[in-house]
Structure formats: structure tokens, C-alpha cells
Ligand binder design. Structure first.
Ligand SMILES: Cc1cc2nc3c(=O)[nH]c(=O)nc-3n(C[C@H](O)[C@H](O)[C@H](O)COP(=O)(O)O)c2cc1C
Length: 326
């Protein structure tokens, strides 16, 4: 099981369509959307999804069981294949709303949320799984038993799949960015969880940057979820997808050119090219011409009339560098 992590401002629909081309078998996640926003906000924008993205999961934030249950049903109705509850975000705004990582301290409430969501989507014609993305604990907690008890409580409410961002969240004193870097990673807790609860599906998340690292984790758990590496070096997704599910490795240019019909259709609808190209910048990460590729896209995509030819020009920069290196 390979998945791309939910990332606010990053994993929008354009990004997911691109990742889908790279990794046909990966499960993709939306940015977190609060249950209230799903129920009262602009659904066409918040739940935007292109059919090629599937399988794709909607990540919800919230801690009010009946609202989450309704939002989960709306998500199902909009064609999502899974609903995931965020129990990992440490931002102040999220803490003030009593959701995200601070819910690690309230397993009974999380179980109520999951129970309500599972029951509600279970009544639909096409029931979809309800999953959780969590941390190991919060602040200075260092008690595996407490983490296990959180998982058991939530699993008993009907969640069978956990994405474990394998570090604590520190609720005070660290920014969300620092909270993805400073608290130490402890993959062994996720491995131990899988050993002790073999019936649960356990995916590990946090700091997985290479194919080799991902494959090593998969010896011990059921899945890997990549966040920043998938975004900044997306070709790693392609290598992993081929390694795990078979198929032929394609070049970056081959993969990118398959995005052309999508880009042209969106431009026709009035989407500015820059909204799509911002997600492509990492494709040639560490490759000859990678800087020139980024530069062409960054400098040209916001100009009026920018179209597919800019992406061809950017690809051309990398092909030129490869030829001149040879
Ligand atoms: C820009 C950004 C936005 C994020 N937004 C979310 C989010 O909406 N929901 C969530 O559960 N995690 C979010 N995360 C955390 C990631 O899903 C992931 O757990 C974290 O980055 C660790 O994985 P990585 O080391 O593979 O990046 C975000 C991370 C980044 C970098």
C-alpha cells in the first residue's frame, strides 16, 4: 500500500492528477477540510476532484461526531473512496478548534467520531472505509501502552486502518513545520503496533524519502505514506509504484507529456497555468537541467497566455542538458 499524504495548500486536485500519472496504484489524499466547511462551504471548490484521481481519500478535520458523520456522507457522495480523520495536525488554529493532534489526548471522543462516521457511511449504497491519521502521542508523552490504548479504543469503534506519523506532536512552542522535523521519529512503535495488532492495517508516515527506505518499511508494516518527498521529488512515486506493482519505468518527460490533455482542458476552463505548474517543479529534482526546468516554469507560468508550450520548453531544457552532458 502506497499513499501520498494529505498536505494543505499542496495536494489539491491538480497535484493529485499529476501524482496519479506518476503512481497509478497509489492512494491519494486531499488537503484537510473541516467538517463544517464541507457542510456549509463552497463544496464545488473544497471537494473538487477529477475522476482520474481515484482512488482518493477525503481528509476531514473536526471533533463533532454528528457533523463528521454528515461530512463523511457528503464526501462519499462526491466520489471519494475513503474518509480519513486528521488526528495529527498541531497548529494553534486547529488546537483552538479542538481537533487534529490534540485529539490524541481524547481517545473516547475520537472513537465517538469514528463510530458515528462508520455508522453513517455504512448505511450508504457504496460504503467506504473510515481511517485515521495520527501521531504517537503529544508533548513529552513517551508511553507505548498509551498509544496502543488509543489505537485499540478507536479500532473498537470501527477504524481498521491507521496512518501513523511516527513522531509526537508538541502542542506548545513548535510551529507546524517544526512539528514535522523536531520531535524524533520512532518507527519501531508503528512496527510493534503491526506485530501486536496484525488484523489492523498499519501504514507508516514521516521522513520517508527514498524508494529503498519505503521498501524497507514495507517489510514491517502494510503501507507507506509519503508527504514532502512525494511533493518535492515526485519521480520517487513512479519508481515505487513500478517496484511495488509492476509495469515499465517511464521517463520524466514521457510521464509529464501525458498531462497535456488535462492541462489543455483546464486552460480552456480558464484555470491559469501557474496553478498546475507549481506542483510540477520538483519533477527533475537532482537531474541535469532540473534548475532550468523549474526556472522556465516559475518565470513563465504566470504570464498571460501561458500554455502547454511552456511545459514543452521546460522539458526541452532538461533534454538539452542531457545532450550537452553526453
Ligand atoms: C505543506 C504541508 C501541509 C500538510 N497538511 C496536512 C494536512 O492537511 N493533514 C495532515 O494530516 N497532515 C498534513 N501534513 C503532514 C503530512 O501529511 C505528513 O504527515 C508529514 O509531512 C510527515 O510526512 P513526510 O515526512 O513524508 O512529509 C502536511 C505537511 C506539509 C509539508
Amino acid at each position: 500500500m502506497l499513499s501520498v499524504a494529505p498536505m494543505m495548500d499542496w495536494t489539491d486536485s491538480h497535484c493529485r492528477v499529476f501524482h496519479r500519472l506518476l503512481a497509478p496504484h497509489a492512494r491519494l489524499y486531499t488537503e484537510m477540510v473541516h467538517a463544517n466547511a464541507v457542510l456549509q462551504g463552497d463544496r464545488a471548490r473544497l471537494l473538487a476532484r477529477d475522476p482520474v484521481e481515484n482512488p482518493v481519500a477525503l481528509q476531514l478535520g473536526g471533533s463533532e461526531p454528528s457533523l463528521l458523520a454528515q461530512a463523511a456522507c457528503v464526501g462519499q457522495g462526491h466520489g471519494f473512496d475513503e474518509v480519513n480523520l486528521n488526528v495529527g495536525c498541531p497548529s494553534d488554529r486547529v488546537q483552538a478548534g479542538r481537533f487534529g493532534a490534540c485529539l490524541m489526548k481524547e481517545p473516547a471522543l475520537v472513537a465517538d467520531c469514528i463510530g458515528a462516521m462508520v455508522e453513517a457511511v455504512g448505511k450508504l449504497d457504496r460504503p467506504i472505509p473510515v481511517t485515521v491519521k495520527c501521531r504517537l502521542g503529544v508533548d513529552e508523552e513517551n508511553d507505548y501502552g498509551r498509544f496502543l490504548s488509543f489505537i485499540d479504543t478507536v479500532a473498537a469503534a470501527g477504524c481498521h486502518t491507521f496512518f501513523v506519523h511516527a513522531r509526537n506532536a508538541w502542542l506548545q512552542g513548535l510551529s507546524p513545520k517544526e512539528n514535522r522535523e523536531v520531535p524524533p521519529l520512532r518507527y519501531d512503535w508503528a512496527y510493534r503496533l503491526k506485530q501486536e495488532r496484525p488484523a489492523l492495517t498499519i501504514a507508516v508516515n514521516g521522513g520517508i524519502a527514498t524508494q529503498a527506505a519505503a521498501l524497507e518499511h514495507l517489510q514491517k508494516v502494510d503501507g507507506v505514506m509519503l508527504g514532502r518527498a512525494a511533493y518535492h521529488d515526485p519521480y520517487v512515486l513512479h519508481g515505487l509504484d513500478v517496484a511495488l506493482f509492476g509495469g515499465t519505468l517511464q521517463s520524466r518527460a514521457q510521464l509529464l507529456r501525458r498531462l497535456q490533455p488535462y492541462v489543455e482542458a483546464r486552460l480552456q476552463q480558464g484555470v491559469a497555468l501557474k496553478h498546475i505548474t507549481r506542483h510540477l517543479l520538483g519533477l527533475y529534482h537532482g537531474q541535469p537541467g532540473g534548475r532550468a526546468f523549474r526556472q522556465v516554469l516559475s518565470e513563465g507560468a504566470h504570464l498571460p497566455g501561458a500554455d502547454w508550450s511552456l511545459i514543452e520548453q521546460a522539458i526541452g531544457m532538461t533534454e538539452m542538458r542531457v545532450r550537452s552532458a553526453a
